[in-house]
Design a protein around this ligand. Structure first.
Ligand SMILES: [Zn+2]
Length: 272
């Protein structure tokens, strides 16, 4: 297995960790959080309204956060090849505890797409969550590509744009998502296509093994976009429900999803 097998120990999770997808939870509960918690100072940037706690590490390091979130915004719209003209409200909690206590949700990041809002936390340049493209992708996709039909494609595109889901000692800037997925494939953990496009089954994978959930989704979507471009993916994204994904994949890509899935598994098996 080599050195890469060690990344499962001591990794830092960058995506959102919730019982439902970050988007769905957010849609249900966000308005209370945003209206009741007023303890913020606000920095307006070109594309974001960044909220940080007064006198926090985030307030001290605001220039780093501004440049990172603005870069993330550009990375997202460039990858998706869309235009997004509204401002995004981004809440930077002072710690994961602050976020969990005051937002009411576990995990490092959150997106409330319908409210054009997202959240993460920042303690130091070494310890932060969701100060990157992932949550921005969720809300930009919602407003420009359309309504989610598949959890796997929704989390997959967020991970694909970011390029990774976790960091490790070997990969301090993030474990490239195809490397992470190849490792899972070598352990024979990759789930079949039927489980991936069944939102209930795929959601239970999330609860059991979020490393598998995000890396498999992210690698599959990245490989699909690398193979056939973002425009076809954006069409598929809105037509990938459990009833529809097979026929819409065949129509959009001119091949069966089973054949493409095998190509992707073959690609992974040659990586390590
Ligand atoms: Zn997410």
């Amino acid at each position: 297995m080599g050195k890469r097998s060690q990344w499962r120990l001591g990794t830092i999770i960058l995506g959102c960790l919730t019982a439902l997808s970050c988007k769905e939870v957010g849609r249900i509960f966000a308005p209370d959080i945003i209206s009741t918690d007023q303890n913020w100072v606000i920095r307006e940037t070109e594309h974001l309204s960044i909220h940080v706690r007064p006198d926090s590490a985030a307030a001290r390091d605001i220039e780093w956060i501004v440049s990172r979130l603005e870069e993330s915004f550009h990375k997202a719209v460039n990858y998706l090849q869309v235009q997004y003209n509204n401002k995004i409200t981004f809440f930077v909690y002072s710690s994961v505890q602050d976020k969990e206590k005051n937002s009411g949700f576990n995990g490092y990041g959150m997106a409330w797409p319908s409210l054009e809002s997202a959240a993460g936390f920042y303690e130091s340049p070494q310890n932060y969550g969701a100060i990157g493209p992932h949550e921005l992708v969720h809300l930009i996709v919602y407003w420009t590509v359309g309504i989610m039909t598949s959890l796997a494609l929704d989390e997959g595109i967020a991970v694909a744009v970011t390029g990774h889901y976790m960091r490790s000692n070997e990969y301090p800037d993030g474990i490239p998502v195809h490397i992470a997925a190849a490792q899972l494939n070598s352990m024979q953990k990759i789930k079949p296509v039927s489980a991936v496009f069944d939102n209930r089954a795929w959601g239970s994978v999330h609860d059991q093994d979020h490393v598998l959930y995000y890396n498999q989704s992210g690698s599959f979507v990245a490989y699909l976009v690398e193979s056939y471009g973002i425009q076809k993916f954006n069409q598929f994204y809105t037509r990938a429900s459990a009833n529809e994904y097979r026929s819409s994949f065949q129509q959009i890509y001119g091949m069966s999803i089973d054949d493409f899935y095998q190509q992707w598994i073959q690609f992974l098996s040659l990586l390590l």
